[in-house]
Write a protein that binds this ligand. Structure first.
Ligand SMILES: Cc1cc2nc3c(=O)[nH]c(=O)nc-3n(C[C@H](O)[C@H](O)[C@H](O)COP(=O)(O)O)c2cc1C
Length: 174
């Protein structure tokens, strides 16, 4: 096909439907994390796969959180959150933290938690956990993109829990 000019690129309509976008994205393998936050009002978190390392200097992670997620107000109140990448033994936590019917403390009761610098809940025996100060956030459609400056980390040798096509999965050697 011919290259579309920069001007015409801007005028392209939404070329794919939501269903097409979701179908293609389901094929992509993602690590699974629990994003947590704590304020004087309490603790909560949610299961997330929309996470990316932005830069190593300054060490920065972005996470994309639905604006309706209950933990988002805690992030705003304390200006901090933690990203806990789950191990293959922790799929029960991934299920609990995506169960709309469970409140924050009922979700956290399934794991053992500590704190590092900000006080956001850090999961013991996670693959890696990143304690983050909220640097900035921007709203895009249904989601809020949180930029976290990493102020403390932990890591272990456990294997990562993965998600693809609606199922939790394990890392297999080549
Ligand atoms: C595998 C998986 C990945 C998810 N990824 C995200 C994500 O990246 N961002 C998000 O906002 N919600 C994501 N969710 C949905 C939330 O975990 C879920 O809606 C959660 O219940 C929201 O918390 P709340 O019920 O306390 O509002 C994911 C769910 C699953 C099972």
């Amino acid at each position: 096909m011919e290259l579309v000019s920069p001007k015409d690129v801007q005028d392209l309509p939404d070329a794919v439907s939501e269903a097409e976008y979701k179908h293609a994205m389901r094929r992509v393998v993602s690590p699974v994390a629990v994003i947590t936050a704590r304020s004087p009002r309490g603790r909560n978190g949610l299961t997330a796969t929309a996470i990316c390392s932005v830069t190593t200097n300054p060490p920065t992670i972005v996470v994309c959180v639905n604006r309706r997620a209950k933990m988002l107000s805690l992030v705003g109140e304390n200006g901090a959150f933690a990203v806990n990448f789950l191990s293959e033994q922790q799929s029960d936590l991934a299920r609990a933290f995506s169960n709309h019917e469970l409140k924050g403390e009922a979700r956290l009761a399934l794991g053992r938690w500590t704190g590092l610098k900000t006080g956001a809940p850090i999961l013991e025996e996670s693959v890696s956990s990143f304690d983050c100060v909220l640097e900035q956030s921007l709203i895009h459609g249904t989601h809020e993109v949180l930029f976290g400056r990493v102020v403390a980390v932990t890591s272990t040798e456990f294997n990562a829990l993965l998600y693809r096509d609606g199922f939790f999965r394990r890392v297999a050697p080549e």
